[in-house]
Ligand binder design. Structure first.
Ligand code: CA
Length: 222
């Protein structure tokens, strides 16, 4: 899951980024409206968190423009206390939710989970393939009931594959969903992560849960 955070308060932006990274999201930060808009239009995200009061272009205008550009990524607005009209305007221009500052990270995480959840998965948030399960809420990954320790990237990679079962995901798609823009990721890095993930989730002597489709990418089949 990749998130764009547009926030001009550097300290707050840094704190939110760190907290989200601990929740295993890949996070890109823009500190002004112009960069935020460029990012939102030029890159692919699962969620955009948009502060309203921003230098250059404000959050309301950014939201309006990304919707006009045909981008339907969920948008969560951050609004200062008491700016009720901001909330209304934000929702009018296509934001999906808003959060009033100051907010707790717990609330932020809960709202994010609600926004990025896909309709088909609302009844069963735990993802699975055979006896392998992944719980996006608790980060618990189990095979045959036994807990498996994964790194943040391995977890994101497995979650992405499980959310898109039967779809072959190429390396560019994997890079843009699992890593953030600053990361210098080579296709060989993906191969290394897939190998490590397989070492942890597969059972020796059995076929890997992750199929390699030569020249095209990776998939988990139902
Ligand atoms: Ca601000």
């Amino acid at each position: 899951m990749r998130i764009l955070l547009v926030e001009d308060e550097i300290k707050l932006a840094h704190a939110i980024k760190r907290a989200l990274e601990l929740q295993k999201y890949a996070v890109d930060v823009a500190n002004n409206g112009k960069d935020g808009l460029d990012f939102a239009i030029g890159e692919e995200f699962n969620l955009i968190i948009l502060d309203i009061m921003l230098p250059e272009i404000d959050g309301i205008e950014i939201c309006k423009r990304i919707r006009e550009a045909g981008i339907h990524t969920p948008v969560m607005m951050l609004t200062a206390k008491g700016q009720i009209s901001d909330k209304v305007t934000g929702l009018d221009v296509g934001a999906d939710d808003y959060l009033v500052k100051p907010f707790s990270f717990e609330e932020l995480f809960a709202r994010i989970r609600a926004l990025v959840r896909r309709p088909a998965q609302t009844n069963d948030p735990v993802l699975s393939k055979g006896d392998l399960t992944l719980d996006p809420k608790t980060f618990a990954v189990k095979r045959g009931g036994k807990l498996i320790e994964l790194s943040a990237k391995e977890f994101s990679l497995l979650e992405y594959l499980l959310r898109n079962k039967n779809t072959v995901l190429n390396k560019d798609q994997i890079i843009s969903h699992v890593w953030n823009y600053d990361s210098d990721v080579l296709p060989s890095t993906i191969e290394v992560h897939v190998k490590h993930l397989r070492d942890k989730i597969d059972i020796k002597g059995e076929e890997s849960l992750i199929h390699t489709i030569r020249g095209r990418g990776y998939t988990i089949r139902e």
